[in-house]
Design a protein around this ligand. Sequence first.
Ligand code: SF4
Ligand code: SF4
Length: 219
Amino acid sequence: MTRWAMVADLRRCVGCQTCTAACKHANATPPGVQWRRVLDIEVGEFPDVQRAFVPMGCQHCDEPACVAVCPTTATRKRTDGIVTIDYDLCIGCTYCVVACPYQARFKTPLGQFAYGDQPTENEAFREDEARREVATKCTFCVERIDSGLDKGLKPGVHPEATPACVNACIAEALAFGDIEDPDSNVSQLLARNQHFRINEEAGTGPGFFYLWDRKRDAT
Ligand code: SF4
Ligand code: SF4
C-alpha cells in the first residue's frame, strides 16, 4: 500500500517563499488563499535562540478532522493518504475550515483574481471555476501525481509527477514520496534524521514530517 507524504527539512529551508509562489502559480488560488505558507518563527530561549522557517499546508492526515465534520461527504481520504474535496458536493459550510487543526483550509471567494475581477493569463488558464465559494486546500498536486503514475513516473523522483512546491524549492528542503516504501527518498530521510509532526497531540496523524536534527547514529 502507498502512503504519500511530504518532508520539510527545517535545517535547509531559508524562508524564501518560492514554494508559496510556485503553489500560487500552479493552482491559481485567489487573493487571501494560501494553500502553502512558510511560517517565520523563533525557537529556543535567550541567548540561545534560533530562527526557523516552517513550510505549512494541508497535512493529509491519517484521521482527518475535516472528513469527520463534512456533512456532505465532499471531503474524503483516498487509500494512498491524499485528502480530497469534491467541489460539486461541497456546500461551503466551512465546518472543515474550523475543524482543521492546521488552518489549512480556505473558502474561496467568488471570482476574485490577483489584480481585480479580471484573471491574468495564468489564472485564466489554470483557475477552476468549480473551486469558487467552496472549501479548498493543498491537494499534494494530486493531478500531477495521478497523471505521472499513469505515465509510469515516480512521484517525488520525476518532477512531472511531483508537487509543484517540491520542484520549486531552491534549497532542496522539501521532499515527497511514499513512506510505506522503505527505499523511498522520504523513508530514507526519516530514517536518518530526527523528525516531528505538528500538533501531533490532536491525533490526526499528519502526513507532513519535519526534519530538525541528524540522528546521532546516522551515517
Ligand atoms: S490538515 Fe486539516 S484539511 Fe488537511 S487533512 Fe488534516 S484536518 Fe484535513
Ligand atoms: S522554497 Fe524551499 S527554501 Fe524556500 S521557503 Fe519554500 S521550503 Fe523553504
